[in-house]
Design a protein around this ligand. Sequence first.
Ligand SMILES: Nc1ncnc2c1ncn2[C@@H]1O[C@H](COP(=O)(O)OP(=O)(O)OP(=O)(O)O)[C@@H](O)[C@H]1O
Length: 725
Amino acid sequence: MSETADSLPPTAPRVPAPPADREPDDRTDPLAVERAHLAASRAALRAMRADAEALDIGDVTASWVTAEVLRGDVERRIAALADLADTPLFFGRLDYLRPIDAGTGPGNDAGDDAGDDEVGRRFHIGRRHVHDAHGDPMVIDWRAPVSQPFYRASPADPQGVELRRRFGYEGGELTALEDEHLGGHGAGAATDPGNGATGGNLLLREIERPRVGPMRDIVATIQPEQDEIVRAPLRGSLCVQGAPGTGKTAVGLHRVAYLLYAHRERLARSGTLVIGPNRSFLRYIEQVLPALGELEVRQTTVDALVTVPGGPEPRGTDDPAVARLKGDARMAEVLRRAVRSGVRMPEEALEVPRGARRWRVPAHEVAEIVRELLERDIRYGAALEALPQRLAHAVLVRMERAGEAPDDRVQAAVARSAPVKAMVRRVWPAVDPAKVVLRLLSDPEFLAERAEGVLKPEEVELLAWPRPARGVRSAPWSPADLVLVDEARDLVERTPSLGHVVLDEAQDLSPMQYRAVGRRCSTGSVTVLGDLAQGTTPWATGTWQEAMGHLGKPEATVAELTRGFRVPREIIAYASRLLPMIAPGLAEAGSVRRAPGSLRVRRVAAGELDAAVVAACGEALEREGSVGLIAADARLPALRAALAGAGHEPLGPGDETSAGRRLTLVAASLVKGLEYDHVVLDEPAAVIGAEPDERTGLRRLYVALTRAVSGLTVVHHTPLPAALA
Ligand SMILES: Nc1ncnc2c1ncn2[C@@H]1O[C@H](COP(=O)(O)OP(=O)(O)OP(=O)(O)O)[C@@H](O)[C@H]1O
């Protein structure tokens, strides 16, 4: 398990405090120098916070509204300036070979990190910017351009860096340091833990640090290939395929923090959003962005995204075949037709009386206007708003021809007149998106007509609710139905686009769900993270190109992460034996760590399964860190009872673990994205058997097998799948 800092190599001595009469020296006593810098930085941060607290807004503005806005800004700033007690203010240092132009770079509207030449060539890198009383930086934000070589420089490409120093810490105290000389003489990397990972011992120690509490950030040890994704430009959309534990979730969250830093103003206006698979996953990740100083990023699920206040709410679920069809991209065309199905060509002319005269627009001319609106690619609701004006214009043209000189007010009055309103209601009736979907699913004839040539007759039959629904409130909406309502809503009124969306565990989304996410970043960009081998829905993504097409970003770059950080090599190699069956095209994941003895497989007699599982949990609890017992959903009650019998009261997925409560009982269906130091996996055959088909079952098993950081114990009675036997 994790070593203590005392066992670090000679570059990382634990040094007694220097005698008070002598200034510590960076060559003889580097840790003492760094501790002094940390203490000074802390004092500087306290001063920055005191300055922010002392700001008198009344001096700056007389306007009440501006004062309120400013006050909010200042409060946020004060909150962001809090010192985090359990992490030091910096985790690294860069010494540049020669003075560099350390400007903040293009596209960066955030602050004054690393000023000019006077600043010197030594930068401490931390979670946030800290400056002294003169405004000179003492700690540089990890996101500043000048910090980038901390993550990317290598002996082969030192990027101007002479020395890279990484710090080990316990609580808020520096306990160790690790130096890499990149440019100058004596170049040599810190111990390479394998596969070219940078950061040596400190990286391994960070990964193996026992997990209690929610997910942590990885700012101190982001790897070069991860950093390229984190710092990719805001403009382009990106898709990352990555094996389990390659850091996709971590990278996605750090990317949000980076983008908010580099494009603070733009994204404050347009907004950012993180989408994850379920509530327990969100609870697990929700502390990462706040720890990075970003307190205002919304984190949600696709289901929650399409459920709007006052709108329909999900009450049930669909059979897999039905849900799959409802998630099919062809439904978009069915909905488009359904939304427009109330549009009628007029049978009578429009007649508008004004004063002594009656103005008449013949039916064929009204029809032409309607047809033209249908052909234009605008939202149904926008056309509905435009139509009265268009009809009024047709009336005005007639007035002018008759020698009158009507102005804009006349046009507005005509547009509001009763005959125009009545005509609009007849030819372009208002549409309630939920009611349109309700009708599609309740009225087989209506559905069949809209689906003509798009769906097969047997598919049409599959879609209809068993009993027609009476109203929006009482209808048996499923999550897939709400995605249809969301699409219909967007056909009526454009969904506002955010600046950037991060979509995690994307492989499980249906095409219609991708469309729902896509319209929330139609004018922004998206980072999609996922693993095709972990797709466990019947509609799971086949290729990323296809997925990005549904999202409306077919031009997106697809990158791949293959170096695993979570799972030791012994365990990932075992799980990867399933890959030929579940995702033949995918490369096997590597791992930066070996942990001999980390994998145990135990076969027990049928009657002994529960007791053996409880015993395995007990063994795991003897070690440090979190323990996850993963089982098929149907096995949970029996296991909970068996655990209770042994005096264990397990947590649920997403509940925060603490030193006192470290055992979590989690259904295989909810474990995606989560991890535990030690995993006990109950009866794989039951996990497989709970899924509708074998491939999905094996994928679910693959997810469960790849949750462990330090140890995995598989306990089973029923034989394992051939590949694992
Ligand atoms: N550069 C890194 N330094 C330290 N820890 C890392 C690094 N990259 C990833 N990790 C850790 O590895 C673990 C797995 O990361 P993460 O959950 O982001 O992987 P993932 O690719 O999303 O996995 P999955 O596909 O299983 O959901 C986490 O504990 C994360 O903190």
